[in-house]
Design a protein around this ligand. Structure first.
Ligand code: ATP
Length: 258
């Protein structure tokens, strides 16, 4: 991994009413890494993701993605940058009135004007890449299991062949086997496609299986960043409890745990 920052956040402030969720938050995400973002419930992980992708306008701060200041870029330039990332929200956030293939192809139609034949072929490729049978393309999201819907959501996030993938709680709601398979899929795709992944999660197994680096949100900032091994040594109550508690030990690979 080289250390070229692909996302740079400085002095980010997000307030809702009088409550500050972020106050002077700084973070770098480097090209080619999988960064896991963790923190207590309500610490502002999803708000951070939403702010980077432009769904939440912050009160202050700077966010640069792929060299563009996304808070001040003109709309046309911003769209070209937005075409270089994909987002998978919790639950997949698929359009229920469209088939899976249409969902996956929708960004190609809306953002790039790709013709129907090409986008259907490219959508089928994305559907296969996430391990769904091509027949899933004809189904509506409601006909899929929760795990398949997640995969369809991932296929849609990959629609435009992005450089950066944003994942919000990708394994939430999956059974342990499904979650493990999904972790493996994320890692395999990240390596095959050279993706940079910004991954919000509570799932310690996902952190172990997929992440190069962790960023911990606490006290309205990114309190610490580092590897899993470094996290276990941090002397802060929440971080210590999270990375050294019984669930953390259970999630460690056997070679580390014994
Ligand atoms: N649109 C909004 N209006 C008001 N408050 C909001 C809004 N969005 C988020 N918040 C508040 O901001 C705080 C951070 O929310 P966020 O969803 O980012 O937390 P999180 O760290 O992702 O939590 P969880 O792990 O439970 O998903 C919470 O207190 C939430 O209630």
């Amino acid at each position: 991994m080289n250390l070229e920052p692909i996302i740079t956040i400085r002095g980010l402030v997000n307030r809702f009413g009088t409550t500050a969720v972020h106050d002077g938050l700084d973070l770098d995400v480097f090209r080619g890494e999988v960064l896991g973002v963790v923190g207590a419930s309500g610490s502002g992980k999803s708000v951070l993701l939403r702010t980077i992708v432009g769904l939440q306008v912050p009160n202050a701060g700077h966010i640069s993605v792929l060299g563009t200041d996304v808070l001040t870029a003109d709309p046309e330039h911003l769209r070209t940058v937005q075409n270089r990332w994909g987002v998978m929200f919790q639950g997949g956030a698929l359009f229920s009135s469209l088939t899976v293939r249409e969902n996956v192809a929708a960004p190609m139609r809306e953002r790039l004007g790709v013709d129907a034949r090409t986008r259907n072929a490219l959508a089928d490729l994305r559907i296969a890449m996430v391990g769904l049978p091509v027949s899933a393309g004809d189904k509506s999201p409601s006909e899929l299991s929760g795990g398949m819907r997640k995969r369809a959501g991932l296929a849609r996030a990959l629609s435009l062949d992005p450089e950066i993938l944003f994942l919000d709680e990708p394994t939430a709601g999956l059974d342990p086997i499904g979650a493990t398979e999904f972790d493996e899929l994320i890692k395999a795709l990240q390596q095959a496609l050279g993706l940079t992944v910004f991954l919000v999660t509570h799932d310690l197994d996902t952190l172990h299986a997929t992440c190069d680096r962790i960023a911990v949100l606490a006290e309205r900032k990114v309190m610490v960043t580092g590897t899993m091994a470094e996290m276990r040594l941090v002397d802060q109550p929440w971080i210590h409890a999270y990375f050294n508690g019984p669930r953390a030990h259970a999630a460690q690979p056997m070679s580390v745990a014994t």
